[in-house]
Design a protein. Structure first.
Length: 436
């Protein structure tokens, strides 16, 4: 095995991966934020999170074009602040990319169980892991082409959903019990607003495999965030506008559902109609797109950790034939399966969001630091309105982290324990290498 990745990605493929990473957020999970904050509470949270991701994406694109490395945020923090901060940032990135796929895998299993009730949910989830790891190992161009096709289908399904629902849209449904818990509901719904966009930063981890990475990442990253913002607004408004927020949170028996689109569509068409079944099938594609895409990004993040010596060296090797990070992908699958079998998908998602916010905070600090410490660093793209954009992203990400920590004390403690323990192991291993 070698340590060089193959350059095959085009801007269209990067767009497909960027949108595909997070498009599942439109299909499941986000509506649970309505239970926390109502229509207005979640809408306010989404408004600020959209600002976060627009300012963050433009800022992050500068870093990705200036330092086109597969480690993404880890490489930027390493260069700006040194080895220790780089390691912490890399661990936060690994936590996000490794912990999010198990939650999506469980949702894929749930979809499979709908069509084949006799097969357990976890069987579908495990099969999905093995299949998409094999696809990722077989070559990044094949994996990215598959991602592009399935992402286009998932986007088309959301547009189709909006065409069905908007004729039934009523403003009164948006106003119905819109702010049940006041501003406390805004804070509680933040993780679910982030779920609409979580993982978009994985585009930067593809820089070493992009043809003409500086242009490809810029075009792919920018078009992806524009697409996601539009889809987020359309999905939110068209879903809630059908019958109010309670209608897409609670099942007929009063239980909570994390699948808002089928619930909304159930008020418009019969559950046996072709349009309803079509949305279910293509909704599965949306889950697969995010699952597969995040798995790809996770492989690159872990690979870079191994390549620079922050993790066992075998993780930094690529397959001799396919030139993909096969070892990193297999190890990530093992960790993902452990998380999957824990059965705590909601908590896994929250921990992944803590990792993402840590990455956003340190990345913005890295951008500001590098502007001062390396003014002559080639920057094919410069973030507009500097330093306003990175500072706005930094402030919103920091506030979101604190708000989430207040409402998830146990999970933030677990998150910090993972960071601290892994950092301790890293320091011990590094010291052992230096003394031998």
């Amino acid at each position: 095995m070698t340590t060089e990745l193959k350059r095959t990605l085009t801007p269209a493929m990067v767009w497909g991966l960027g949108v595909g990473y997070v498009i599942s957020g439109n299909y499941f999970g986000w509506n649970l934020g309505l239970e926390k904050g109502g229509t207005l509470g979640l809408a306010i949270a989404i408004f600020f999170i959209i600002i976060l991701y627009i300012t963050f994406t433009f800022s992050y694109t500068e870093l990705a074009c200036s330092i086109p490395k597969s480690g993404g945020a880890f490489d930027y923090a390493h260069r700006a602040f040194g080895r220790d901060v780089g390691f912490i940032t890399g661990m936060a990135q690994n936590i996000e990319f490794i912990f999010a796929p198990p939650a999506i895998a469980f949702a894929i299993g749930s979809y499979g169980n709908i069509f084949f009730p006799g097969v357990p949910v976890l069987v579908f989830s495990v099969v999905a892991y093995f299949f998409f790891v094999a696809l990722n190992i077989s070559g990044v161009k094949l994996a990215a082409t598959f991602e592009l096709v399935i992402t286009i289908l998932a986007v088309a399904a959301l547009v189709f959903f909006s065409f069905l629902t908007f004729p039934k849209f009523q403003v009164s449904h948006l106003q119905q019990n819109a702010f049940p818990f006041g501003y406390a509901g805004v804070l509680a719904s933040i993780p679910f607003a982030i779920w609409f966009f979580l993982g978009i930063e994985g585009v930067a981890n593809l820089a070493e495999e992009a043809i003409n990475p500086k242009r490809t990442i810029l075009v792919g990253f920018g078009s992806a965030i524009v697409t996601l913002v539009v889809l987020c607004i359309i999905t939110f408004v068209s879903s809630v506008g059908v019958a109010g927020w309670e209608a897409i949170v609670f099942n007929a028996d009063g239980t909570t559902s994390d699948s808002p689109l089928p619930l909304a569509l159930g008020y418009i068409v019969d559950s046996n109609s072709w349009s309803y079944r079509f949305l279910l099938v293509v909704g599965l594609f949306g889950l697969i797109a995010s699952f597969h895409g995040l798995m790809l990004a996770a492989g690159r993040s872990t690979y870079e950790f191994g390549r620079v010596g922050y993790a066992p060296a075998f993780l930094g090797k690529v397959h001799y034939r396919f030139q993909t990070p096969a070892n990193a992908l297999l190890v990530n699958m093992g960790l993902g399966l452990l998380a999957l079998f824990s059965g705590k998908t909601g908590e896994i998602i929250t921990i992944a969001v803590f990792g993402a916010l840590t990455l956003y905070i340190i990345s913005m600090l890295s951008l500001i630091r590098l502007r001062k410490s390396e003014p002559n660093l080639p920057r094919p793209f410069r973030v507009p309105l500097y330093p306003i954009f990175p500072i706005v992203a930094l402030l919103i990400a920091s506030f979101s982290f604190v708000a989430m920590a207040i409402y998830n004390v146990k999970l933030v403690v677990i998150y910090f324990l993972i960071i601290v323990i892994s950092y301790g192991i890293f320091k011990v291993l590094k010291r052992a290498i230096i003394t031998t």
